[in-house]
Design a protein around this ligand. Structure first.
Ligand SMILES: *Cc1c(COP(=O)(O)O)cnc(C)c1O
Length: 428
């Protein structure tokens, strides 16, 4: 599918049925797969033959859906995970060990921040968080000899800041490490980070990709472009024999195009087991089939709501990258020329109390710990997803205490605006 446009890939990528086979990706709801001989199965365990033996490692439904996302991102290999959290954890832990260091944008999802700053720190991996708006010199200064990767989000959740992907990619490559981009909010419909130098892309498929609030899931895609063997001493896990897998050297056996994902599957999925259920992968694929249509509507509604909020005197500030005059407008025009996403962040005059009152009075937008869904929803991150952060950390993450994250669904924009207006009318 690699020569087709993104819309065609959304609908048809990843799965091409043979004669008389199911038109839709079948749900292979089976934990295990049958073989005639132990030798046949042994070859699979040794990664000498490809095939299925146990769904924790691989499943045909999941593989078809991962192949579609891989195609959409323009990658060489991909895997599904049980959640976006698992995808981000694996993407880093696949190349960083105890004693290593990662440079990360500070404007990232609250769950990812906690994973990095608290849980992975306990595993001995240290993170330096740096503003996405940092100067080249500041970025340069964040690297250490034991730095193994750079991490950022295309559009940060919930700050809706846009990352200068090329700047971060150049810095990463100068130091011989890959750039990992969480592309959840932009989706490959609006931005394909590999085209701007990113090496690994992750997704919380829970958001726009699924799009209907039906299944939690994640995905990791490899561009196949980062040359691990050039920095073999830095990435022994990929470039030297894996004793836990019969001495296979991933870069030798699977090439640059397959090493990263094969290692993440053979080691991390084997040991941590964060698989996506085939049923959820099927639902995810239904979402992907209409992603290109929905994203357009999300963006259209996002811009309409952002413009309305901008002209509302009860609103202290609005962040939306497609809004002229926004701090990230120029970066959005460069990296997201067809639109950014449906998420608008804004502050209500009167701070937390006014924000809570406004949200309570909304009728269409429901208060949810969710975002990027067909149904409009809203959240006050400082008291929900980011509540573990202190005021300083909130500011660094681009999430001030008065921020409301308003995620435009695919309803009618005039209805969303009328709903906001009636709620604003009830606060003074
Ligand atoms: C939601 C989200 C995650 C975490 O994904 P889950 O599927 O909830 O585990 C990671 N990154 C971003 C940008 C997100 O929005």
């Amino acid at each position: 599918m690699s020569n087709y446009n993104i819309e065609t890939k959304c609908v048809q990528g990843g799965y091409t049925p043979g004669n008389g086979e199911p038109r839709q990706i079948p749900i292979i709801q089976s934990t295990t797969f049958k073989y005639a001989t132990s030798e046949d199965m042994g070859k699979l365990f040794d990664l000498e033959a490809s095939g299925y033996f146990y769904t924790r490692l691989q499943n045909p439904t999941n593989d078809s859906v991962a192949a579609k996302i891989c195609d959409m991102e323009g990658g060489t290999a991909a895997m599904l995970t049980s959640s976006g959290q698992a995808a981000n954890f694996y993407s880093v832990f696949n190349i960083a060990n105890c004693g290593d260091h990662i440079v990360s944008s500070s404007a990232i999802y609250g769950g990812t921040y906690n994973l990095f700053a608290v849980t992975m720190k306990k595993m001995g991996i240290e993170f330096t968080f740096i503003s996405p708006d940092c100067s080249d010199e500041e970025l340069e200064a964040a690297f250490r000899p034991n730095t193994k990767a750079v991490f950022g989000e295309t559009i940060a959740n919930p700050a809706v800041s846009v990352l200068d992907i090329e700047k971060f990619a150049n810095a990463a490559h100068k130091h011989g490490v890959p750039l990992i981009i969480d592309n959840t909010f932009a989706t490959p419909v609006n931005c394909r980070p590999f085209e701007w130098g990113a090496d690994i892309v992750t997704h919380s498929t829970t958001k726009y990709m699924d799009g209907h609030g039906a299944g939690v899931g994640g995905c990791i895609v490899d561009s196949g472009k980062f040359d691990w063997t050039k920095y073999a001493d830095k990435y022994p896990g990929l470039c030297t024999p894996d004793d836990s897998y019969h001495g296979v050297t991933y870069t030798e056996r699977f090439g640059l195009e397959g090493a990263f994902i094969t290692k993440a599957t053979a080691q991390l999925m084997r040991d941590f087991g964060s698989i996506q259920s085939p049923q959820n992968a099927f639902l995810l694929n239904l979402g992907l089939e209409s992603l290109h249509l929905r994203i357009k509507k999300h963006c259209e509604n996002g811009l309409a709501v952002a413009k309305y909020l901008k002209n509302n005197e009860k609103v202290a500030w609005v962040s939306y990258p497609d809004l002229e005059g926004d701090k990230y407008y120029d970066l959005a025009k460069k990296y997201l020329p067809n639109g950014s996403c449906g998420v608008v962040s804004f502050g209500v005059k009167g701070g937390r109390a006014a924000a809570e009152k406004l949200m309570k009075n909304l009728k269409i937008a429901a208060i949810e710990t969710h975002v990027a869904d067909a149904r409009t929803c809203c959240l006050h991150p400082a008291s929900a997803t980011h509540r573990q952060m202190n005021e300083e950390e909130l500011i660094a993450a681009g999430v001030p205490g008065d921020l409301i994250r308003y995620s435009c669904g695919i309803e009618n924009a005039e209805d969303l605006i009328a709903d906001l207006q009636q709620a604003f009318d009830k606060i003074d």
